[in-house]
Ligand binder design. Structure first.
Ligand code: FAD
Length: 546
């Protein structure tokens, strides 16, 4: 046990922490990357034996929103394609300790080596009229630049719960800058200005070359195969207990002491309700909410079912948060994020291709080989559709003659330009048809469609973490007044870092473990390029001169 990590902690607190580590059980609610990371930090940095860590997951597998599954015959599905960058400091800290599946290096080293071999450099970030635009001009007016500058300097608190659209005129949302920004990060004009500001600052160092996606890093395969699987293997080897199909529906409390405690976890398993009582030294780490809660898959000939609320959320993510937060302001305000599906929903699709024609045509059109270009957006698309051709194979075990591409649309309630239906009502084939028309692929379209499996996925809460929020809507990682409870994931408050990232969930896990156990350690500080004059100059001149 690393007792030295307790330097600076009072003797009494130290004793409580030692007892937690020596005999306490740790229950982690949710099996997404936040919980997996928390388990790993408990083992690596606090020497908690894996067998005293239990992960309670409602669904049948770990990984949560960091998913990737399927077969060449039935089609592959990645609900998302995740972009990383060099300042994912907590992510790389964690994965530095996790070996790749073949044991040849750490996952972090593999990611950095891979991105040295294939650097993202898009030659077709935008495609209009079937033609690529290499390094599109941002098209910002002086007034837009001034507002971007003001937002960067204005303290977050002053922005309150304002929308991005409260700060810009309508022209801003027609600029190439906004089209590239909103499709890279999935922002909408009605989303939180405070979160927009955080993104401006957090990714300031990536502004030069933003129109070619410079600095975006990828994993070798999809992130389930490249990140979740190695981490899961490491946790299994350390004896962590995974209880799948176990939905946590409530917590019981003991409020008789100086600090409140969670006294029991209420779960449902096989339609049976069960309580896990917590001992004096036990602790609970709860992943709040989920951007992929209630998501539903369609098929090549079937649209995805489209829920307007959390009614088909089998994970119970929102239900749990709403239940435990009722009457407890220190647990945040879940309705701010959960009850505006019309402002948080969009659709992604994964196409599995058994014929190389589409990949060759897109390679010729864009001048990028798969894995090099990143997002290709069609600004004229009513759905504001984008696609990505990842490096192939994208899945471990994917046959050589199969290719997988991912795409999404931001305006899923509007009829397409060619298919007269809202994107959410479309089958996979209709989505592919619309895509081929934007690419101006006609002669080969039937051949491509005949061999394609395309699976749409509606995600009602996909941008819920971007909805406008006020101070206090997201709870602290360790809520004040509680002895054995922490919150992790996308909906707890971490100053300066940005949501809709793997990094945010991992940072929350690292913060939760160190704070709950009173370790004298801290997660790596959030990178602040805005304090480096070279970064500020680079960002300003990029936006002004392109
Ligand atoms: P989740 O992954 O949502 O995990 C929550 C888990 O807890 C789920 O498995 C759920 O079933 C379970 N659960 C919830 N409530 C309960 C309960 N009551 N009882 C039991 N189990 C429960 N990140 C990037 O860094 N870059 C990107 O480019 C990027 N793009 C993305 C694109 C898409 C389409 C998606 C979906 C995600 C993207 N992300 C990206 C975000 C990243 O994947 C997520 O931030 C991260 O995976 C969230 O992890 P989490 O563990 O916090 O939550």
């Amino acid at each position: 046990m690393k007792r030295s990590d307790y330097a600076g902690v009072s003797a009494l607190t130290r004793q409580a922490r030692d007892e937690a580590i020596d005999s306490g059980h740790f229950y982690l609610v949710g099996g997404g990357i936040a919980s997996l990371a928390a388990a790993a930090f408990l083992i690596r940095d606090a020497d908690v034996p894996g067998c005293r860590i239990t992960i309670l997951e409602a669904l049948g597998d770990a990984g949560g929103s960091l998913d990737g599954a399927g077969t060449p015959r039935d089609g592959y599905v990645v609900r998302g394609g995740r972009m990383l960058e060099s300042k994912y400091l907590c992510t790389y800290d964690l994965f530095d300790s996790i070996p790749t599946l073949d044991g040849r290096s750490s996952v972090t080293k593999q990611i950095f080596d891979w991105n040295t071999t294939i650097r993202t450099s898009s030659k077709a970030r935008l495609v209009r009229d079937g033609k690529r635009e290499d390094a599109p001009a941002y098209g910002l007016a002086e007034s837009h630049l001034l507002t971007l500058g003001r937002l960067s300097f204005e303290p977050e608190a002053l922005l309150g719960d304002s929308r991005i659209s409260d700060h810009f005129d309508a022209d801003f949302f027609d600029t190439n800058f906004w089209i590239m920004w909103c499709t890279t990060f999935a922002f909408q004009p009605w989303h939180s200005a405070a979160e927009f500001r955080r993104y401006l600052l957090r990714f300031a160092h990536m502004t030069p070359g933003f129109n070619q996606l410079h600095g975006i890093m990828r994993t070798v395969y999809n992130q389930y195969d490249s990140m979740v699987r190695p981490l899961r293997k490491w946790l299994d080897e350390h004896g962590v207990v995974f209880r799948n199909h176990t939905r946590v529906v409530d917590l019981r409390y003991d409020e008789s002491g100086e600090l409140n405690r969670v006294a029991a976890i209420v779960c449902e398993h096989d339609n049976r309700r069960d309580e896990i009582p917590l001992g004096e030294h036990d602790k609970v780490i709860v992943t709040l909410g989920s951007m992929t809660a209630g998501s539903s898959l369609g098929g090549t000939d079937r649209p995805a079912a489209c829920a307007g609320n959390d009614s088909n959320d089998s994970s119970g993510a929102w239900a749990l948060w709403k239940t435990i937060a009722a009457g407890r302001t220190e647990f945040g305000h879940p309705s701010v994020f959960a009850d505006h599906v019309d402002e948080s929903r969009w659709l992604s699709f994964t196409a599995t291709l058994h014929d190389p024609t589409l990949f060759s045509l897109i390679r010729d059109l864009t001048g990028n080989v798969p894995g090099e270009g990143g997002l290709i957006t069609f600004p004229q698309s009513n759905w504001l559709a984008s696609i990505v051709l990842p490096h192939q194979p994208h899945f471990i075990g994917q046959p050589k003659d199969v290719q997988v591409l991912w795409g999404y649309g931001l305006f899923v309630d509007r009829p397409g330009n060619f298919i007269a239906k809202p994107m959410v009502e479309c089958t996979g084939r209709e989505i592919m048809t619309e895509l081929l028309r934007h690419l101006k692929i006609e002669a080969q379209a039937q051949r491509i469609l005949d061999d394609a499996i395309c699976i749409p996925c509606v995600m009602p809460f996909i941008t819920s973490q971007f909805l406008r929020r006020k101070r206090g809507d997201r709870p602290q990682v360790v809520p004040e007044g509680w002895a054995n409870l922490a919150f992790v994931g996308q909906f707890c408050e971490l100053p300066n870092d940005v949501v809709f990232t793997v990094e945010y969930s991992i940072r929350s896990a690292q913060t939760a473990v160190y704070t709950l156990l009173g370790l004298n350690r801290a997660a790596p500080a959030v990178y602040k390029g805005q304090h480096d004059p070279r970064v500020v100059y680079g960002a300003a001149s990029e936006l002004r001169h392109h």
